[in-house]
Design a binder for this molecule. Structure first.
Ligand code: PAF
Length: 279
């Protein structure tokens, strides 16, 4: 695996590979890698000749400074995992390399950015769009692979690609889960043993929502699950919503085809998200 820290070195290398006709699959990450990320690399390998992954903790997408400070950084271990998974190129730039000056761009994603995580983490998706557009410009991939755990992020990135008219296919990949069902996340390592124990309730609630949902009873299902979350110690709920999976608008039966349940809560100090496609 080749490692690059500078955009111009990465671009010089990739330009030669593209000229040979190699298709490029890209897996952007913020590091602290787990099996979920590795599954993205494996999918990228199946669908592309050259796989590039980036490890960069992007400061502009953190609306909470403390969250940025405590975000796990494990580059040595990440490098080993990517190499073992067969990743061809690791791009691990510094903050100065990605932001030589402040990025003042403001993207407009409308409702997609005003709801759910967009509402609870103001500026988060603008920061995601800033870094993803810079990474896309540096890597120029044919396909980019994103985990469905960040359901809203996938929709935002698709909209970004549409607005910038990029010829990049966004490939959403399924959520990977721990043996007890908790969605894999770099943040899971920050949970205390007690928080980790309580966090295993999340996949139980998501499954229950799926079982209860019959296409018409979104409000009732929400009520049941919200009550359970609110009566579980250590949890502070941001939202549990059932939405139209295509655009995140309120789910309207029977016209809307796909429903998704979306969850975000603090478990102790750590904010966790999950989702489950219901229909
Ligand atoms: O999903 C993530 O890890 C990040 O939001 C991403 C896409 C790498 C941008 O920093």
């Amino acid at each position: 695996m080749q490692i690059f820290e500078k955009i111009k070195d990465l671009q010089a290398f990739l330009a030669k590979e593209s000229a040979k006709g190699s298709s490029i699959g890209f897996v952007p990450t913020m590091g602290a890698l787990h099996e979920g990320h590795i599954s993205l690399v494996k999918e990228a390998k199946k669908e592309s000749e050259l796989v590039v992954s980036s490890v960069f903790v992007n400061p502009t997408q953190f609306n909470d400074k403390k969250d940025l400070e405590r975000y796990p950084r494990t580059l040595e271990q990440d490098t080993k995992m990517l190499a073992e998974a067969g990743c061809d190129i690791l791009f691990a730039p510094s903050v100065e390399e990605m932001y030589p000056q402040t990025d003042t761009r403001k993207f407009d994603f409308g409702f997609l950015d005003n709801t759910l995580d967009g509402a609870f983490r103001p500026g988060h998706f603008n920061g995601v769009a800033q870094i993803v557009s810079k990474l896309f410009e540096a890597v120029k991939p044919d396909k980019a692979f994103f985990g469905q755990k960040d359901f809203q992020q996938v929709l935002i990135v698709k909209e970004l690609v549409r607005q910038l008219d990029l010829k990049i296919e966004i490939v959403p990949c399924p959520i990977l889960r721990e043996p007890d069902g908790l969605a894999m996340s770099s943040r899971n390592t920050l949970l205390s043993p007690e928080e980790r124990k309580q966090a295993s309730n999340i996949p139980v609630w998501m499954k229950e929502a799926k079982q209860l949902f019959n296409g018409k009873n979104a409000e009732e299902v929400k009520k049941v699950i919200i009550e359970k979350v609110n009566s579980t110690p250590l949890f502070k709920l941001d939202y549990f919503e059932i939405r139209n999976a295509d655009n995140l608008q309120e789910y309207n039966a029977p016209t809307d085809k796909h429903a998704v349940a979306l969850f975000a809560a603090f478990c102790g100090r750590i904010r966790l998200i999950d989702n489950e496609v219901l229909s």
